[in-house]
Design a protein around this ligand. Sequence first.
Ligand code: NAP
Length: 319
Amino acid sequence: MSGTPHSLTLSTGTPIPTLGLGTWQSAPDVVGAAVKAAIKAGYRLIDTATCYQNEEAIGTAIQELIKEGVVKREELFITTKAWTNELAPGKLESALEESLKRLKTDYVDLYLAHMPTAFNDDMTEKIAVSVEEIWKQFDAIHKKGLAKAVGVSNWNEKQIKKALDLNLTPVHVSQVELHLYFPQNEHVAFCKKHNIIVTSYATLGSPGRVDFQLPNGGKLEWAPAPQDMEDQSVKDLAAKHGKTPAQILLRHTLQRGLTMIPKSTNEARIQENHDIFDFQLTHDDMAKLQGTQVLQRLFLQDFMEGHPEDAFADERVKK
Ligand code: NAP
């Protein structure tokens, strides 16, 4: 993948595509078609997680494309994540091996700790493992070659610093909620200083999150929030550049020097989200978007509340 135009370089020295396909809420019966459409449109990064329950279907779709000669494994960048039960002591390596079986590959390009908090299987009990202990497990996995790069998601800067201070494998990537209305300026500056690539999730404002169903059929409660794609500045820039609001939001993120993984299972929108490399936002356009007054975290990850490693504890206190 070396030399591909749309990539950044990890501190491992290998490229990471700036744009990937997100797959949260992409059900197993539709995710395969989405992955195939994305790879045929030029995407090379697929983002999944154990808890999305679609690794098996993604692995099958990728195998089919490899057999058809559309793409080679080494041209792809597959990311998966260990859920909270897999972060419990002694569980990580076997969890990754199960993910690899489902994904039908010998390695992932990136393995993330989905959260900084460990729980038991049904999430009824918090397990008080420190982020340092979690990171030691990621270090071991990286050293074994099961994951070419390792990183974290939903960790705060203090937690990432604790992992870095172990002087083991560095944190290669931090995946966080990041969009127009939650720009994460401090987190981005911190990561830049420590040579960590930031991946934005919910780059489009995650409009589909409200439909999320828990495995037991239940629904999460979401606070009302303004929609990033409805922002007037975004709409004005879309008209100016002859692009869609989604493309403006993605291009803005790209020009901030970040990577992103917009989710879609719709072929036209998968293509649309990839068509962002043929135009440029001006300095003034970027300033207009950076100047938004709205600040809104969408993913509060309330289940972490009360856990000794709750990443957002300081923010909850401020409210
Ligand atoms: P998102 O990518 O901001 O938004 C996805 C939603 O926008 C879907 O409902 C999609 O519907 C719609 N959409 C996609 N392209 C569009 C377009 N061009 N115009 C209008 N609507 C469009 O939100 P997300 O899925 O929450 O986040 C992206 C990915 O980040 C996830 O899929 C997942 O891989 C990852 N993620 C990680 C975490 C974490 O804790 N690490 C948390 C959340 C998400 P259609 O499918 O119908 O197009």
